[in-house]
Design a binder for this molecule. Sequence first.
Ligand code: UD1
Ligand code: M6R
Length: 371
Amino acid sequence: NKGKYEHYMQKEIHEQPDSLTTTMRGRLIRGGSCKAKSVLLGGLKDHLKTIRRSRRIVFIGCGTSYNAALAARPILEELSGIPVTLEIASDLLDRQGPIYREDTTVFVSQSGETADTLQALEYALENGALCVGITNTVGSAIARTTHCGVHINAGCEIGVASTKAYTSQIVVMAMLALAIGDDTISSQTRREAIIDGLFDLPSKLKEVLKLDEEMKDLARLLIAEQSLLVFGRGYNYATALEGALKVKEVALMHSEGILAGEMKHGPLALVDETLPIVVVATRDACFSKQQSVIHQLHARKGRLIVMCTKGDAASVCVGGSCRVIEVPQVEDCLQPVINIVPLQLLAYHLTVLRGHNVDQPRNLAKSVTTQ
Ligand code: UD1
Ligand code: M6R
């Protein structure tokens, strides 16, 4: 049932304040006079000791689920102190990459049925690793086959393009980081700030959804383009990859997410006055580096669309020559949850304007159950 919406993708984008609320329901503890704010993941509580003792945490997934793990990696590394690596399921299988008994492997999948992810799970089980699932579908193959896990509880996702599952996956992985991390005094302030940030996230998501009309205008401007580049780094490298994936798979427009730190190692050659480029430059530790990227793209006459923190338009837009998307600020590690939304909206409107099938893009299936 699409309710008042024309497409499932549109409905699922706009549902995110609610899906995030259900993802967090019963799992965040507000704290009190003598109790610290904390996180409770029922499905993991008996396994946290083993996870904390592991030598490495390996996230495994495909497509959007892989991107969600990429978004969460920095906070997992920071709070757990354990090395975190990422694997695209098919690539791990192609290489028969090393997985050890001392590893915690985490399988991220909306459907819980993706063939490559499931096969990688069987491979990790054979190698003796602890296998954790992060799935949206209760009773799915991955949920049943993992030793333990967390349901993201985002509600049924029907559009082939994953939207609300992505934001819920990141939130679950941020909660996982809080659950694994110790509660040493030194990290207490940071942990509390993230928990407060999680409580605030649904209302910030409502706020960013107000950019809907603005993104429709931007889609009108980009309707006939052949290609769109998206630059990001740090917490928002994932935003670049995921934004480009959305544009590619539904709007059928070539789009590439680029790690901004790699700009001079190749991508800069593409820049001219015609190719549109989105640069994600919201406030975090990488902000000044992104400002310098914007300057360099501007010097090559790049056609820039800059995503920045509300109020920062003047400090990111050199000479007032670029288009700006201003988004609300949240705790840095949660910012990817907010920043992806304008790009989801852009991909949606581009698809409708270009006359393509939104919910079932050509050649794609919601759940890739064959290899
Ligand atoms: C569980 C209940 C929820 C109830 C809550 C109250 C289910 C599905 N969930 O939620 O309805 O409101 O207790 O205490 O009944 N698991 C895997 N792999 C996965 C995902 C989950 O093995 O990929 C396992 C977990 O380890 C856990 C079980 O499935 O044993 C349920 O997981 P989850 O729904 O995340 O647990 P709770 O949030 O505690
Ligand atoms: O169900 P899964 O999360 O395992 O699916 C993984 C990918 O097939 C999926 O995310 C795909 O990339 C989406 N269509 C992206 O929107």
